[in-house]
Design a protein around this ligand. Structure first.
Ligand code: DX5
Ligand code: ZN
Length: 218
């Protein structure tokens, strides 16, 4: 049986207090910290870039899982590698040369991931399975937290888990993951659950174990 990891997304954290937020979610049980980078071009929102990743790096003991919702990706790989990203996940849809991008991420000493938007079929990653450590299945349309889980994506998770076979690849569900959808993601074959609103809801860094309760409920 696969160990399930919880990766809270700091998109739902207090943007004025990222260091404290990262320390709090790790202290309260987060396995990875999911960092949603958005450029206002690939997705209709802007968050932060390499400088913020570098600033929060010292506050994250474990894995900094950087989700690049940007296009193009290649010009920024070095900066995110330098900032300390452990995983850099690029979107299939971000450009015409995914294979080269994933090779460049690995060459920069970072674990490569690939993300698929809801309309993108599992087959889109069939020829890069040997290049990635992580597949991120978007279970919402990327750009914002707090959206509703798209049920149909669970078929894609099942299909990807079958395609992966015995390769050591993590499959993430990203978006709308909460106490209802989380077990279904796991049943479909996901082993990393990314949660923004479900992890941070109703809590704050000053409220003891508020995040821990949310994380343990998933
Ligand atoms: C959306 C991001 C997700 C988002 C998840 O574009 O990639 O990681 O933060 O937020 P929730 O869990 O609130 O849907
Ligand atoms: Zn994300």
């Amino acid at each position: 049986a696969r160990a399930i990891k919880i990766a809270p997304s700091i998109l739902s954290a207090d943007f004025a207090d990222f260091g404290a937020e990262c320390r709090a979610i790790e202290d309260q049980g987060a396995d990875w910290v999911h960092v949603d980078v958005m450029d206002g071009h690939f997705v209709p929102n802007i968050t932060f870039g390499p400088a913020t990743c570098a600033a929060i790096r010292p506050h994250i003991k474990g894995t900094m899982d950087v989700h690049l919702m940007i296009a193009p990706v290649d010009p920024y790989i070095a900066a995110f590698a330098e900032a300390g990203a452990d995983i850099l996940t690029a979107h299939v849809e971000a450009g015409p040369h995914l294979h080269r991008t994933l090779q460049a991420i690995r060459a920069a000493g970072v674990r490569p991931g690939v993300a698929l938007n809801p309309a993108t079929p599992a087959s889109a990653v069939a020829h890069v399975l040997d290049l990635v450590d992580v597949i991120c299945v978007m279970t919402v349309n990327p750009g914002f937290g707090g959206q509703a889980f798209i049920d149909g994506q669970l078929d894609k998770v099942r299909e990807l888990r079958a395609m992966v076979g015995d390769r050591d690849i993590h499959i993430e569900c990203d978006g709308g993951v909460d106490t209802t959808s989380a077990p279904r993601c796991v049943a479909a074959g996901a082993d990393v659950l990314i949660a923004g609103s479900a992890a941070f809801k109703g809590g704050s860094v000053t409220e003891p174990d508020a995040y821990g309760r949310n994380i343990r409920a998933l």
